[in-house]
Design a binder for this molecule. Structure first.
Ligand code: NAP
Length: 319
């Protein structure tokens, strides 16, 4: 029987779809370590990997029969794609299930920042810290404000849908302009990135992590933003220079930030941890029960589709 190595335990039944045709190697809890991956992958034709687990050439090269990596998650910057492409290994990802929940989180961070929900929740628990009254605890509203979306793909557009409902104005930047029908759907205007940074009240990062997007936002870009603006990152940590963001937040260059992702997860820049104008959550963009189940299903379907010779599996590499 063909073997599949699965890097991490999800729910007990998450990978049952594969059991009829494959022998599954899954950790009892948590994740396999890198050494365990190297040891266990030897006879496997498929690796099913979580977006949080680094899959380097040391792991891929330990499996002479490896045909496919089915990544659980849409971002695949965890995989050594150069090695996979050079060795004819098919790589797939799971775009659809993660789109709406990640946009939900980005929108939630925007809300929490401008209405100071997290900050005020923290303070109300401390005796006499909160002052009550008409002119206390004032935030700002989203209505009629401008949201700048950098990376106007699936998640960026799902965020735009929510922003339209909140009566926001939308501008976006990506390397290519989207079709006019899509722009019209969200009344979204395409602008150069620096213009977007200057004019937006909220900036959301929704690009993949690539060589080009690494440190796309740093000191220079933050200086272009309005002092009253908020930055939200649900893409990948290294799209921002984290320490430069922390310094900008400390110096009130911008009003606040909401972060789901970090440059060196799970380590967070210590300066960020001391600041009140940043909301920090531990990479929970897709952490809902429904999403985990749907993502596992799509990761399984990609594998079954690959073996059935289907063309519509979600390939993200060269093959
Ligand atoms: P997508 O549909 O491929 O959209 C990505 C967008 O980024 C596209 O509009 C693309 O347009 C743009 N882009 C790519 N390179 C760019 C560059 N150098 N400068 C500006 N724009 C650029 O991907 P998605 O499904 O929306 O997911 C986006 C990313 O979100 C994923 O790659 C993943 O890393 C992250 N994510 C995070 C979580 C979480 O838990 N926080 C969950 C899901 C996904 P052009 O090609 O025209 O530039």
């Amino acid at each position: 029987m063909r073997k599949i190595l699965i890097t991490s335990k999800v729910y007990d039944d998450s990978f049952d779809l594969l059991k009829k045709d494959f022998e599954l190697i899954i950790p009892e809890t948590g994740n396999f370590t890198n050494d365990e991956l190297i040891r266990n992958i030897v006879d496997c034709e498929v690796l099913l990997s979580m977006f949080t687990i680094k899959i380097g050439s040391d792991v891929l090269s330990a499996a002479p029969k490896l045909k496919m990596v089915s990544n659980f998650g849409v971002g695949f910057n965890n995989i050594d794609m150069k090695y996979a492409d050079e060795h004819g290994i098919v790589v797939t990802n799971t775009p659809d299930p993660v789109t709406e929940p990640t946009a939900e989180l980005a929108f939630g961070l925007m809300h929490s920042l401008c209405r100071r929900i997290v900050e005020l929740d923290r303070d109300i628990r401390i005796k006499d810290k909160i002052k009550w009254g008409l002119m206390q605890n004032i935030g700002s509203t989203m209505t009629n404000k401008t949201l700048g979306i950098i990376g106007f793909g699936r998640i960026g557009q799902a965020l735009a849908r929510r922003a339209v409902a909140a009566k926001m104005n939308i501008v976006y930047y990506s390397r290519h302009r989207v079709k006019e029908e899509i722009e019209n759907l969200y009344h979204a205007k395409y602008v150069p990135m620096n213009e977007l940074l200057k004019m937006s009240d909220f900036v959301s990062l929704n690009t993949p992590l690539t060589a080009e997007t690494t440190h796309l936002i740093g000191k220079e870009q933050l200086a272009l933003m309005k002092q009253s603006a908020f930055l939200v990152n649900t893409s990948r940590g290294a799209v921002i220079n984290e320490h430069e963001l922390a310094e900008a937040l400390r110096d009130n260059v911008i009003a606040g930030a909401g972060l789901d992702v970090y440059e060196k997860e799970p380590v967070i820049d210590p300066l960020l941890l001391t600041l009140n104008n940043v909301i920090l959550v531990p990479h929970i963009g897709t952490a809902t029960r429904e999403t985990r189940q749907d993502t596992a299903k799509m990761a399984c379907e990609n594998i079954l589709g690959f073996y059935a010779g289907k063309q519509d599996i979600h390939r993200c590499g060269k093959w």
